[in-house]
Design a protein around this ligand. Structure first.
Ligand code: PEP
Ligand code: MN
Length: 337
């Protein structure tokens, strides 16, 4: 951390701050210039309160040099974290292909989609039982019943499940009935929920918030790791921008950037990122090309009749074709399924 004192601030002011830093176990190194003093702080600055230091009247600004996160950082762990879900090693050379409907709507719908997906070799089934909907009159999901339907169907086809938790009160039940727990974009900064997820060992699929910076995204993951759960898979699902012709804007650069910053795996959600069926294949190809560890895609046996996200869900046969079309890119980047 670098602390820049105001021009002309008394040396005693800098000394006062340095004493405080020493008490916290850090080593302040003052650089006395002609006009102003700069204090370089050696040691782990992550627990320091920047706001407190900035509140000294003699301080002009405080700059961090270390990232504010620790456990998710590449500096802490050089080798990538690999999370095994139903034999799919997410974060390895093997890409994770996760597919299923936006919402669990009925046993028949789940049966249809799981039968088709498992035939294609898909091992992880998605489906929302608790849905975070923008308006209160929209379909809110089948809740517990949806979890049970998904579990029965997934077991029948030997698939693992991922489903979203929207309320901390449902967490125990979701953890018992599903294999991976999704934290949706709207809950990325639900810190109490993140703490609870840190206390269990189930893999967590953490989606980027609608307007979260990469730093905020990684700090959300840090909450889960610091609670004791290392099984976090990040998901870039697009951010909100001024663009209206796509549902969100897929921030593809996040994928290689996050790979530089953290050891955690990151997958892409081209369905929610674009909101448009026709854009899913090109964006999936692009994400694989730039290093994504997999994808989560909405597939519905009858998209037009879907109770949520009808315009972005693929038919199983279109998804199957897409999987074939991905292969040249998958091979080019030396990955496999
Ligand atoms: C979802 O995956 O069903 C979902 C609601 O996604 P997001 O949180 O990314 O909007
Ligand atoms: Mn959806």
């Amino acid at each position: 951390m670098i602390i820049v004192m105001k021009a002309g601030a008394a040396q005693s002011e800098a000394i006062k701050i340095m004493e405080e830093l020493k008490e916290k176990g850090l080593q302040p190194v003052p650089l006395y210039g002609v006009e102003r003093t700069v204090i370089a702080v050696i040691g782990d600055e992550r627990d320091l309160n920047v706001g407190h230091l900035e509140s000294f009247p003699s301080v002009e600004k405080v700059m961090r040099v270390l990232q504010p996160f620790k456990l998710v950082s590449r500096e802490t762990q050089k080798e990538p974290t690999v999370i095994n879900v139903n034999g799919i090693k997410i974060g390895s050379k093997q890409l994770a292909a996760i597919a299923g409907p936006c919402s669990v709507e009925s046993e028949e719908q789940m049966e249809n989609v799981a039968a088709a997906l498992s035939k294609m070799g898909i091992k992880i089934l998605r489906g929302g039982a608790f849905k975070p909907r923008t308006g209160p009159y929209a379909f809110q999901g089948l809740g517990s019943e949806g979890l049970d339907i998904m579990r029965r169907v997934a077991d029948k086809y030997g698939m693992a499940t991922v489903t979203e938790v929207v309320d901390i009160r449902d967490l125990d039940e979701i953890a018992r009935k599903s294999d991976m727990i999704q934290v949706g974009a709207r809950n990325m900064q639900n810190f109490e929920l993140l703490k609870e997820l840190g206390a269990i060992q189930k893999p967590v699929l953490l989606k980027r918030g609608l307007s979260a910076t990469v730093e905020e995204f990684l700090l959300a993951a840090e909450y889960i790791l610091s609670g004791g759960n290392p099984n976090v898979i990040l998901c870039e699902r697009g951010i909100r921008t001024f663009e209206k012709d796509t549902r969100n804007t897929l921030a593809l650069a996040t994928i290689p950037l996050v790979k530089e910053m953290t050891h955690l795996p990151i997958i892409v959600d081209p369905s929610h990122a674009t909101g448009k069926r026709s854009l899913i294949e090109p964006m999936t190809k692009a994400a694989i090309a730039c290093g994504a560890d997999g994808f989560i895609i909405e597939v519905h046996p009858n998209p037009e009749q879907a109770l949520s996200d009808a315009s972005q869900q693929l038919l199983p046969e279109d998804f199957e074709q897409m999987m074939k079309n991905l292969m040249p890119i998958v091979k080019a980047v030396n990955r496999n399924f």
